[in-house]
Design a protein around this ligand. Structure first.
Ligand code: ATP
Ligand code: MG
Length: 260
């Protein structure tokens, strides 16, 4: 299987540059030899089995985990450098599982996203930013409702609105589709796609939902300790080819192009 790069997708300036990244956790090598370049406006999906290092990669990009080797540059400097303050936003795995007893309205939750030194110098008022973010995720009607009373899909949208309110240009999402129904899932993916195309956001999203993510991401990465595939979504390998990449001989013949 040929590993393609994003070089031919000349969408915009480089937002993320990762070269030769390896990360060790508790003495175990979790990810290695990661080379990854993401440009402005790209929507990149990451898939891979449980424990394959997807969250580890995201946490390294965010600067939470320190690389064992290799370099990571976001907007040309280290992940947590001063000039990147407020430029990157993270929606964590199970972020919408907010505690039921947390008495916050959607508007209050979204407003929490505006706490960043970058926004303190913003000319637009926080209220304007918060209203716009709520509008973008289509939660205007429930803006003053307690988040505990929302559906899973609505809560996920509220968490994304919080990320939008931070005015970050680079949004990193870890499994945002878990626990929400098919309809909410597809409208969430549509929203993320609109953010890329109309608001020039750059999105890096981990998901187990291969079928859903393939409908929207421009580019897909298959990660299993290292990057086994990186290329256009239309070229993402079939299940048999994936098995080959993983060194597994498939039990069933999948040569008729069936995908899960
Ligand atoms: N805090 C930690 N200390 C040591 N090892 C860890 C830690 N967190 C995760 N790991 C190990 O790192 C490996 C990769 O974990 P990671 O959470 O990055 O995988 P993942 O691809 O995000 O999995 P999932 O799909 O289940 O979310 C796993 O083997 C896991 O046991
Ligand atoms: Mg994970």
């Amino acid at each position: 299987m040929q590993v393609t790069s994003s070089k031919e997708l000349d969408i915009g300036e480089s937002i993320l540059d990762v070269e030769g990244l390896s990360v060790v956790r508790s003495g175990n090598l979790i990810i290695s030899d990661i080379d990854l370049k993401i440009r402005r406006g790209e929507f990149v999906g990451i898939v891979g089995p449980n424990g394959s290092g997807k969250t580890t990669l995201l946490l390294s990009i965010l600067g939470i985990l320190k690389p064992n080797s290799g370099i990571i540059r976001i907007y040309g400097c280290e992940p947590m450098c001063k000039s990147n303050d407020g430029r990157v936003s993270w929606v964590s795995q199970a972020a919408s599982n907010l505690p039921r007893n947390l008495r916050l309205t959607v508007r209050e939750l979204v407003k929490l996203g505006t706490i960043s030194s970058r926004n303190m110098f913003s000319l637009r008022s926080n209220d304007e930013i918060v209203n716009k973010a709520i509008e973008m995720v289509d939660l205007k009607d429930v803006a003053n409702t307690d988040i505990g009373r929302l559906s899973g899909g609505q809560r996920q949208r509220a968490v994304i609105a919080r990320a939008l309110a931070s005015q970050a240009d680079f949004i990193i999402l870890d499994e945002p589709l878990v626990g929400i129904d098919r309809e909410a899932r597809s409208s969430l993916l549509k929203l993320l796609d609109v953010l890329c195309h109309e608001s020039e956001k750059t999105i890096l999203m981990v998901s187990h939902d291969l079928a859903a993510i393939r409908q929207t991401a421009h580019r897909m990465i298959y990660l299993e300790g290292s990057i086994k595939f990186d290329g256009e979504t239309s070229k993402f390998p079939k299940l048999t080819e994936l098995a080959e990449l993983r060194g597994i001989k498939p039990v069933h013949d999948d040569s008729h192009g069936h995908q899960d």
